[in-house]
Design a protein around this ligand. Sequence first.
Ligand SMILES: [Zn+2]
Ligand SMILES: [Zn+2]
Length: 268
Amino acid sequence: MYYSDYHTHTLLSPDSDTPLPLMAQTALDMGLSEICVTDHYDTLEPMGDRSAPFEWAPAVAQIRENQAQFAGKLVIKLGLELGSGHLDRSVLVSAPDALDFVLGSIHNRSEAAGGMDFFYDVPEDAYQTEKGCYTALDDYVSSLEALAPLPVYDVMAHLIYPLRYMQPKCPAVTMDRYAGRIRDLLATVIRSGRGMELNTYRGRTLAEWAPWLRMYRELGGEIVTVGSDAHRPNGMGQGIREAYELLTQCGFRYVCTYDRRKPTFQKL
Ligand SMILES: [Zn+2]
Ligand SMILES: [Zn+2]
C-alpha cells in the first residue's frame, strides 16, 4: 500500500519547532511512502490582524535539501496550508513553480467577527454552551462558503476544524445542522475540480468523518487526501492506515497525492 501523509508541519510553521529531517525520518519509520509538507500561511494572524507576506525561499530550500537527503526512500512534496485564502491570494501569485499542493483552511473567524482563530474560546467560555458554539460555527461555515468557489486551494482542509476545540467543552455540538450548506459547498468543490481532506488530527478524528465522506462520494467526489496534521514527530502518520480503511468503507477506490498542483490517483 502506498501510504501518504498530506498534512504535516515543520519549524517553518509558527506552531511547530520540529526540523523536517526529524519529521521525514519518522514518516519512514512509520512505513509511509510520501509526505507533503504543508507549513502554515494564514492571511490572518491568530488574533485576527492581517499577516505579513509569506517567505517562500526558506520553504523551497528546506524541501530541496530533504528531497536530496531522502531520495529513493521517501517522496517529499512542497505544500502550503493557506488559511483564509479568500481574503488575500497574493501568496499564490508569488508561489514557485515547485509548489505541489495547497490545502485551503479556515482557522479564523471572519474579520467582521473579530478574526481570531477558532482555537480561542471567545467571547469568554463561549464553547461551554451550544449557543456559543453555533454562533461561532455559523461564522465558520459562511467563510467556508466564501472560500469554496475560489481558485486558491487544491483540497479543502479539515472541514470540521472548530469541533476540535468545542467538543471537549460541549460534546453535543456537531456540524449536522449545516448538512445542506455543506452539501452545496462540497458540490462546488467537486465542480471546480478540487478535493476534500480526511484530517485525522494526529489519529484523534476518524469516525466523525464518515458522514461527510459519504456525502462527498454520493455527490461524485473522487479527490481525497489524507493528513495527520502532525506538528511534531509523535503525530506523523497517526491514523493514516485507519483513514485508508475508512475511505474504502465509504466507497472510495483512490487516495490522491499531488505533483505541481495536479492530482495523482493512488489505489487504496
Ligand atoms: Zn489547519
Ligand atoms: Zn495544519
